[in-house]
Design a protein around this ligand. Structure first.
Ligand SMILES: [Zn+2]
Length: 375
């Protein structure tokens, strides 16, 4: 009886869709795992919702459909959901309970994924597919947590953004329309540990110029590649900043290109570098410029600042070496960063999320929201 009530419950995102998507027998199997009382907990299967979302391709730029589905389901579940147009038909989705249109706590993450699309699958312990870990499993757990909290009369907002994997366009525009919340619980794969900080990013292009000549007479030319190699050697030997409790800044020489043919002294060479920041970037920029000197031209093409984050007593912590939407969401209250899944499998062919981490994340998001609303 209780199980049947779960499916018929108006907030059962998954009941109807599971039936449509998997057919009656698969849906029955899913129901067999639902053993909780609907009056106490949420009649929601986060695994099924994660798979439903993974199966909607939403590579950056193509988030319209997944946004429509989330908006539609949130409306049907009784939320006041709004689509906020970002670019073309790409929209952020922001939902609140009618009982609390300006919640103190907002859960957020992103709807876009990196390419290529990989459909969902699962085994006993994991859900696989593009976005399972980064970040559609997180969307599912945040909705499930919001639903559970709503039953306890705690009302959080839900903010799902476009464009995180490319330029954080959704976050940047969302920041212009903040609803005045006190805390933003942003979800990225941290294996359910609270991030104490999120490293920043500094992208640098180093371009060397030279003069072409026949390779038999190198003294007649000037090798751009030799200059670039020397500049890169100096940069790789440069001591990078270290922040206590966070660790070192790091450098990746990600791309090298240049030259024309083995028998031509090269007149052009360029490297694209990416530094992960553990503090303000001003000193590092100066140091890079001075180290390269006249060997090459230095261009700073992108900077995402390092951010220290709020933590909560008693919960395990980590440092996020990756960047997130958080630096662009400064008007959405004090940021926290936590979510199920491992960043080590995000963006890989075998991307997955542990089912146990999904279940734990629902509990964790609820516990975090409760602690925050007491402040
Ligand atoms: Zn992500």
């Amino acid at each position: 009886m209780v199980r049947r009530a779960c499916v018929a419950h108006p907030t059962a995102f998954l009941g109807r869709r599971s039936l449509r998507r998997f057919g009656p027998s698969r849906a029955r199997d899913a129901l067999a795992t639902l053993t909780y009382d609907c009056d106490m907990l949420i009649p929601m299967d986060v695994v099924a919702l994660t798979r439903q979302l993974v199966d909607i391709e939403s590579i950056t730029g193509n988030e319209a459909h997944v946004g429509d589905v989330l908006h539609g389901e949130l409306c049907r579940s009784g939320y006041e959901s709004n689509k906020i147009s970002i670019e073309g038909n790409r929209c952020n989705v922001y939902a609140t309970s009618p009982e609390q249109p300006t919640p103190a706590v907002v859960f957020s993450t992103h709807m876009d994924t990196v390419p290529p699309f990989i459909p969902s699958s699962e085994d006993a312990t994991r859900v696989y597919g593009r976005g399972s870990c980064d970040a559609k499993g997180i969307i599912a757990t945040q909705i499930a947590a919001a639903e559970r909290l709503r039953k306890e009369n705690i009302h959080v907002g839900l903010l799902f953004l476009v464009g995180e994997e490319r330029d954080s366009l959704g976050a940047k525009l969302a920041n212009e329309n903040s609803r005045g919340c006190k805390f933003l619980v942003n979800g990225e794969p941290t294996e359910n540990r609270i991030a104490t900080a999120s490293k920043g990013t500094l992208r640098v292009n180093v371009t060397a110029a030279g003069r072409m000549a026949h390779s038999a007479y190198p003294e007649l030319g000037e090798s751009a590649i030799d200059k670039l190699l020397e500049a890169l050697n100096r940069l790789r030997a440069m001591k990078l900043p270290f922040a206590e409790g966070i660790g070192p800044a790091t450098l990746n020489v990600g791309v090298i290109e240049g030259g024309r043919a083995p028998n031509v002294i090269p007149d052009y060479a360029r490297a694209q570098l990416l530094y992960r920041l553990v503090g303000p970037a001003d000193d590092l920029r100066n140091q890079i410029q001075q180290t390269v000197g006249d060997l090459a031209k230095v261009e700073f093409v992108l900077e995402i600042p390092f951010v220290r984050l709020r933590t909560l007593d008693g919960l395990p912590t980590m440092v996020a070496a990756f960047t997130t939407d958080i630096p662009w969401l400064g008007n959405w209250g004090q940021p926290l960063l936590v979510g199920p899944g491992s960043i080590h499998v995000a963006h890989t062919d075998g991307e997955y999320v542990e089912k146990k981490q999904l279940a734990d994340a629902v509990d964790l998001y609820c516990a975090i929201a409760k602690k925050l609303v007491q402040h």
